[in-house]
Design a protein around this ligand. Structure first.
Ligand SMILES: [Zn+2]
Length: 97
């Protein structure tokens, strides 16, 4: 498990899918980590955390197998991206009302 206590989030867009991700993440300084969506450098405490699996094709969670070759670990997600792309929490039970 990661040492980050924040619960990993899922998003409605694919990991690393920001149009400038490559450019921005390449400029990311050593003391920061790139936002998993837009690549913007995030320094210090992560506003939100996401787990990336399937080699970057999907979001995982705490139960994702860290020994899977496609498990890429935890990434920070910036506040702007979280606001824009956070997937709505799945309802506990559907079909009511
Ligand atoms: Zn971002």
């Amino acid at each position: 498990m990661t040492t980050n206590t924040a619960k990993p989030s899922r998003y409605t867009v694919a990991p690393f899918s920001g149009p400038d991700y490559q450019k921005r993440s390449a400029r990311c300084p050593d003391d920061a980590a790139p936002c998993a969506i837009c690549g913007k450098a995030i320094k210090g405490e992560w506003p939100h955390t996401a787990i990336v699996i399937e080699g970057g094709a999907a979001w995982g969670d705490e139960s994702s197998d860290e020994n899977d070759p496609g498990h890429m670990g935890a990434f920070p997600v910036g506040r702007d991206c979280h606001k824009k792309y956070a997937a709505p929490a799945a309802p506990a039970s559907a079909g009511a009302s």
